[in-house]
Design a protein around this ligand. Sequence first.
Ligand code: ATP
Ligand code: MG
Length: 631
Amino acid sequence: MRYEDFYRQSIEQPEQFWAEQARLIHWETPPQQILDQSRPPFRRWFVGGTTNLCYNAVDRHLAHRAEQLALVAISGETGFTREFTYRELHREVNVFAAVLQQLAVGKGDRVVIYLPNIAEAVFAMLACARIGAIHSVVFGGFAAHNLALRIDDAQPKLLIATDAGMRGGKVISYKPLVDAALAESRSPPPHVLIVDRELDPLMTHMAGRDLDYASLRAQCRGAEVAVTWLESNEPSYLLYTSGTTGNPKGIQRDVGGYAVAMALSIRTVFDIAPGQVMFSTSDIGWQVGHSYNVYAPLIGGATSLLYEGLPTRPDPGIWWELCEKYGVRTMFSSPTALRVLKKQDPAWLKKYDLSSLQWLFLAGEPLDEPTARWITEAIGVPVIDNYWQTETGWPAITLMPGLDLKSVKLGSPGLPAPGYKIKVIDENSGEEVAPQQKGVLVFEPPLPPGCLTTVWRDDERYVVSYFSSFKDLLYNSLDWAIRDEEGYIWILGRTDDVINVAGHRLGTREIEESVATHPAVAEAAVVGVHDELKGQLPIVFATLKQDAGDGAAAIALAMQQCVVNRLGAVAKPSRVYVVNALPKTRSGKLLRRLLQALAEQRDPGDLSVLDDPAALEEIRRALARGPQLGG
Ligand code: ATP
Ligand code: MG
């Protein structure tokens, strides 16, 4: 089918289109109504239908592909590979679900999963889905404070963690972070279930609270746990955004709509049929990991590869080696990871037979042309940029090689995905702008199946954050975009302030708040400056409560440590400048854009909003003099 016809039908006859797509999954009871829009901007898809994500991802395949590989978990760090057929996956998920039930976890209870990319993370997610518990995976690179914030919001009945992860050959203990997070948390769960990888010999259990997964698993061997059928619109899981306000949003997803979006996209976008192999390099703590490491490939009856570690360990050929070994058809990664591989000896790429590889998808941040050209030439397959957000759950703008591949335009993620009514509008008037004009990227309601249904326990925040900027309840993506004459869309960056470090999104506000926890700091401003390798790096400008003289360097070092302690090493500022004043607008808002421009040696642009010109000179002097930390 042609993309144009497919897309047009999704927009012009949405109910017919989605009723058709709903047949891609198993419904225990079929939906009675395809779309309910009686309470915009909320909408409900497949009302009255009952289904289950775990059943669709696992049980459903037992009849035809029980002996086919479902999950391959490879660790470039420990050197171990674990393979699971659908039958074995079914067994592991049932046992995990039985353990959850033993710990009194049931329908509607939240379970926070704080694990690296290991098979147990997938078992835990699917086990939750099986019994109707709501999982909330927290990225393993987040430190204690970030974990505590998410625990306090989700109020879980159980936390699932591990003794340690590994990165670059170094063991990273998780347990001390868990203990610190629970000490900080206002609603600590009664139990922590620990998947002990025996990486950290110093790990200790807290008697009564901490439980060893291996022992409970042994007790539940052979258990079968009945599937809990859920109404299509009941919550399936939560995933927190990075949070520019310092208070992350718990993106809530439904069951039926998400399952249908996964089933549709794995075929038509990612071109994966049952029995084929998908390799997404994402961490399961991100949205791509949820959708394209776990739910979509499994719902689609494919084999999913899960990878723990850096793309350069044990050597920079590892990802290509895996493509050859497992016959990967579609690979999904990030521009940052590709930029790392670009720096390696090109011989690594030539070493392996990549003839099975058909497509490389990249997402999460702007894809620069040199990287896109390099990798297209190196592996000889089209590179497909695709745009989406945690909120959307699946690509909103992409090409769809599973249908028919439209021409790739470098720098553009392509065309709207089915069901996405995309507009580029003027920020002030709200009217659609002409082709090639910059505007705000918005989606006209209703959002298609798969997108967020609300913010966890905060319907008002859902409405205020996404639907109140413009008339007609348009969904505000908070990204700038332009559209060309052929309908291709270019993403120009964000309308809010976020730093992208090696694919990890960090709110500037969050880092500023961490810096400001140091008692000597009066105020801090954080901006991202361009970095060849990582995309951006955070730098700090801070004023102190009292002149510290020679002590400024020590305080700068302590500020950096405050950030690492609260947010993790990903957020570590690369430079800290202690200054006497920060540039602000008359209404008292920090002018981060100005700081960023000066730090990147660009023209600071319009200075009329600046309250005190002396602050500008102060920043220029500080930059010329050099930072107190870094350089
Ligand atoms: P928060 O909303 O808490 O600030 P976040 O927006 O940083 O979190 P994500 O939902 O992971 O976290 O990121 C989505 C954003 O990533 C998009 O809004 C866009 O800015 C950027 N993005 C994603 N894909 C692309 C792409 N292909 N090209 C350019 N930018 C992209
Ligand atoms: Mg966002």
